[in-house]
Design a protein around this ligand. Structure first.
Ligand code: SF4
Length: 305
């Protein structure tokens, strides 16, 4: 949950998620909708499904016990080299390296690796250096957790607190006054501005029309029908008698989106292929939907009342 999401946001979800799925077996049995509903609002929904899929692999292939070796851990859906190294070293005390953005930064400064932040070249060099360091240490559990803490609290991207750093006598960047220039600045991905129209279409029973996304972004979540856009898959909905209800801005990964929310009437029959569903608004809490949809519905409810 903490990947890509701030601690204060995660805390609200963590206990609820554990109460809903108290053990590996209950998570392994969960449907897409159940697991996504517990994750609604956290974003990066692929992580929720991966966690459930990983629980299934542990149940089926490892008899319900999380293995200790990096290679076996990496066989579990959703577990990459970093997570495998973290589980292996912290839970089982194995000499397994871990490298994420924070640790790559520390290692770059410690060893003088002059590559751009976030680049494949930096990560490659950081894995080699991190493996050398963890193999030489007495306690991989403490060493890796120490690196994580130093990365989060001391060896910050800007203005590292070298005076408080236990590694400074070993640090290339500190010795050579390169703490501000290592690793090199990263090339920022371009952000894109987009306009997206959303439609709130109701039936006689007051249910609203929603659609299940099947693209790479927020896949399998329930979205509002949309106008012409490259943000989401699915054909734009034909809607008549539209009335603008609200406008708001929202950022999804590198897209800065201006959403316009309209009410309207269905302009043509919808296909019966499972993409669209009529949803009772009182059931929305159990329907997995991304935060921009929650925002659109909340704004339109406020404006209608
Ligand atoms: S001495 Fe400074 S630059 Fe080097 S690892 Fe410590 S905090 Fe980072």
């Amino acid at each position: 949950m903490l990947q890509q999401t701030r601690m204060e946001v995660v805390l609200k979800y963590y206990e609820h998620f554990l109460a809903t799925f108290p053990d590996l077996a209950s998570l392994a049995k969960a449907s897409d909708d159940q697991v996504l509903a517990s994750w609604s609002g956290l974003g990066y929904y692929r992580r929720a499904r991966m966690l459930r899929d990983g629980a299934r692999v542990v149940s089926v292939d490892f008899g319900g016990n999380v293995p200790d070796a990096v290679q076996e851990l990496m066989h579990i859906t959703g577990i990459g080299r970093y997570t495998a190294g973290a589980i292996s070293s912290i839970a089982y005390g194995q000499h397994a390296p871990i490298v994420d953005g924070n640790i790559a930064r520390i290692v770059s400064r410690l060893a003088g690796i002059d590559e751009p932040a976030g680049s494949a070249a930096l990560m490659r060099a950081a894995w080699i250096e991190s493996e050398r360091l963890v193999n030489a240490c007495h306690s991989p559990r403490e060493f890796n957790q120490g690196l994580m803490e130093i990365g989060a609290l001391i060896c910050r991207p800007r203005t590292p607190d070298c005076g408080a750093c236990p590694l400074r006598s070993h640090c290339f960047a500190f010795r050579n006054k390169r703490t501000e220039s290592l690793p090199r600045k990263k090339i920022k991905p371009e952000t894109r501005d987009m306009n997206v129209d959303l439609y709130i279409v109701s039936d006689k029973r007051g249910r609203i029309l929603m659609r299940r996304e099947s693209g790479p972004l927020m896949n399998a979540m329930m979205h509002l029908p949309h106008g012409d856009t490259s943000l989401l898959t699915g054909a734009p909905l034909r809607v008549n008698d539209t009335r603008l209800l609200a406008k708001f801005r929202h950022t999804i990964t590198t897209r800065r989106i201006a959403f316009s929310v309209y009410t309207g009437k269905l302009g043509s029959a919808i296909r019966d292929d499972g993409e669209y569903e009529w949803i009772d608004v009182s059931n929305l809490a159990s329907v997995p939907h991304p935060s921009y949809v929650a925002k659109a519905l909340a704004l339109s409810t406020q404006l209608k009342s």
